[in-house]
Design a protein around this ligand. Structure first.
Ligand code: NAD
Length: 410
């Protein structure tokens, strides 16, 4: 995990020091408010009973209800969920939406279960965490391996006992109160942040070379919007491997291919390369948009980019970040770059609470404002305090949460 996804890591500590935050407040803000571990017994399709383990960690709700996704992955454990819940507190504070931070997960490989088994697991999990969630208390969302369908089951399960409550989760299908623009939001936000960074670092966006590791939801939309800004997307990859096209891909065609096939494997344009070769391509912007710790001590010396845009959560480890700082390769951190998703989730919740719908143009305009404001705040701290963007981001976020904390505590 990178230092940005490790709340007690160097970025958090440096930000606390730079802010001159009292150690008792810093310690209080590190500790999660509540952690729940639940057993989820369920009946398999063959009639046998099985059980899996799930978690919901509520890190901090000083500035608003807990907010964060629910992940289904065999790596899910309490440490990972706690770390990601903490990250959400800083992300929602940095982008300045009235939420705190939470996260949940179930330690399963979803590929091992049928759709009906996953539905039973999802409903049982939601019932198990019911006592600690609520539309003004804790609002889950999709994360790795959960999607709009899982959110529909969650919403239905909750509504059975509490009455129709679309605002209990975000990331729903449009037909059940989802928001226009949510699917593209994280990629759109990533592209906006890249555009702002290009301006500050004097890189001409027209023709700027971009490499995207992880051509999933976030990576593919980021590529699409950056292409619209005039960038050349010269390298892309997913779990199946990478593709390199020095002249730049026809991104709309590649996007459509990937949308249809859910992989870039088999796409005709570009030369096949490995994921490691992809990371070493010479480019202006390298966008890791797949997994945590993708850029680490083993591969950091091979990088050949000007700026890393952290679209995934925690894609650059703390050790790699230190080396990159010395090499003057800037990192635009995850809590800033990928905050577009939770921002449009917030818009979805607001629309649900007020029972009306905004058009996509309005969502995109509001998202643009949020992303640009947050970028400028972070950049001005970077300049005035002479700290990396990563530490500056934590400083803005921690300052906001600690100020609210001091005002609320008697
Ligand atoms: P996704 O599942 O849609 O896409 C992930 C992509 O990464 C896929 O193309 C997959 O093939 C690829 N991938 C997986 N392992 C890889 C590997 N070893 N090398 C190269 N590629 C690999 O997921 P997503 O929603 O796009 O999320 C990507 C990242 O962004 C995750 O870290 C997630 O936590 C973070 N994130 C997502 C959102 C969101 O709204 N979707 C919001 C904030 C943060």
């Amino acid at each position: 995990m990178s230092s940005s996804s490790d709340p007690t890591g160097t970025a958090y500590k440096s930000a606390v020091e730079n802010l001159g935050l009292k150690s008792n407040i810093a310690k209080a803000l590190e500790m999660p408010d509540r952690e729940l571990k639940v057993e989820i017994p369920f009946r398999k399709d063959n009639g046998e009973i099985d059980s899996v383990v799930g978690f919901r960690v509520q890190h901090n709700n000083t500035r608003g209800p807990f907010k964060g996704g629910i992940r289904y992955h065999h790596h899910v454990d309490i440490e990972e969920v706690r770390s990601l819940a903490t990250l959400m507190t800083w992300k929602t504070a940095l982008i300045d939406i009235p939420y705190g931070g939470g996260k949940g997960g179930i330690g399963i490989n979803p590929g091992d279960y049928s759709k009906t088994e996953l539905e039973r697991i999802s409903r049982k999990f939601f019932r198990a965490i019911d006592p600690i969630i609520g539309v003004n208390i804790d609002i889950p969302a999709p994360d790795v391996n959960t999607n709009a369908q899982v959110m529909s089951w969650f919403m239905d399960e909750y509504s059975q006992t509490h009455g129709y409550t679309p605002g209990i989760v975000t990331g729903k299908p449009l037909e059940l109160g989802g928001s226009e623009g949510r699917e593209a939001a994280t990629g759109r936000g990533t592209a906006i942040i890249t555009r702002e960074a290009a301006e500050k670092w004097n890189i001409d966006l027209k023709g700027a070379k971009v490499v995207v590791q992880g051509f999933g939801n976030v990576g593919s939309y980021a590529a699409k919007f950056l292409h619209e800004y005039g960038c050349k997307i010269i390298g892309v990859s997913d779990i199946s491997g990478g593709l390199y096209e020095p002249g730049g891909f026809d991104v709309d065609e590649l996007f459509d291919y990937n949308y249809e096939h859910r992989t870039i494997d088999g796409y005709q344009q570009g030369k096949k390369i490995t994921n490691e070769e992809l990371l070493a391509l010479e480019c202006d912007f390298l966008i890791p948009a797949a997994l945590g710790s993708a850029i680490n001590e083993q591969n950091v010396d091979s990088l050949n980019c000007k700026i890393i845009i952290e679209a995934a959560n925690g894609p650059v480890t703390g050790e790699a970040a230190d080396k990159l700082w010395k090499k003057k390769i800037a990192i635009i951190p995850d809590i800033l770059t990928n905050a577009g998703g939770v921002t449009v989730s917030y818009f979805e919740w607001v629309q649900n609470l007020q029972q009306f719908k905004w058009p996509e143009s309005e969502i995109n305009e509001k998202l643009e404002q949020k992303m640009v404001n947050a970028f400028n705040e972070v950049y001005s701290i970077r300049e005035s305090k002479k700290v990396p963007m990563r530490i500056a981001s934590f400083m803005v976020a921690i300052d906001r949460v600690s100020t609210a904390y001091n005002l609320r505590e008697g």
